[in-house]
Design a protein around this ligand. Sequence first.
Ligand SMILES: [Zn+2]
Length: 329
Amino acid sequence: MRLLLRQLCVSAVLGAAMWIGSSADALAGPPSIGIDRGLVLTLGDRARRASFDKKQQAEGADAPSAFKKIRTIVIDPGHGGENQGALGVVDVHEKYLTIELAYALREELQRTYPDARVVLTRYWDTELSLNERAHMANRVDADVFLSLHYNSAPHPRAVGIETYYLSDEKVTPDPVEVQGKPLASARPTTSGIPRPDEAAVQGFFNESEVSAELHAERMRQHARSALLAKIVQRSMLKELKGSKNRGVKQANFGVLRGALMPAIVVEGGFLSHPEEGRSVAKSRRQRKLVRALVSAIVSFDDALAKQADDAGARAPSNEPVAHADRPGR
Ligand SMILES: [Zn+2]
């Protein structure tokens, strides 16, 4: 029994060590003893939350550092499994870089805002469809959805950072930028936000009333996605000084289409660029990117609170504000 226990411990340590190391093979899957990384993180969050509450109670301290409006953040590490993403000048596939970034971002968010719930769409090197990712965000009623990616282009001079939100028209990314797999796993095949009549035809909803409401809600979230994209892009440029600003763009990315909350795709740099591609794989740049994303989420939360205040001031009696205006909430 003791031997078994020791073996388990060794396996767990090995598993963790393999996880921390970022060589492609090491990250191929969960340790064989089947530790559920998601579960471990959830337990860790609960423990952190409990000790945080206790400290607050003991000290009678000021309000905890908490978001004003945001409760749940879903981080989507792009690609995974067979879908490896781009491969640039450094021999590490995009799927590993995105999950490392996602973990680092999650850690920082939970450290600074223990109250917030931060969920990853994948905790391992697993393959998920684009629909599944958005669906997961909908299911946990996320307030923000960030899909993390790195860029790649056939031309090595392509460089810089860009942020996407969903196009409501048939806009597709520049095909020149696409190498092998479509950019950000985009499948720009159908139109963006379904119109009420289209939604009904597609069989999403039977009642036109429901689809009209869905459409109105999507339009609201669409405007917020645009704002979130703007804030994130600005914040990244501030932290990653000297980076080329490729701007805020719209595209009909599959991963954004199904999301019912402010949702963006972050392209954190070009893996194919001789310099940027190397720096992207370094922890120094990753830390900056994490800082940029955290401060962007904070600014976005402030903006949501302000929107709610303004709406409240316009209609103090029964007008729904911010969180309250989401169906099913
Ligand atoms: Zn990607």
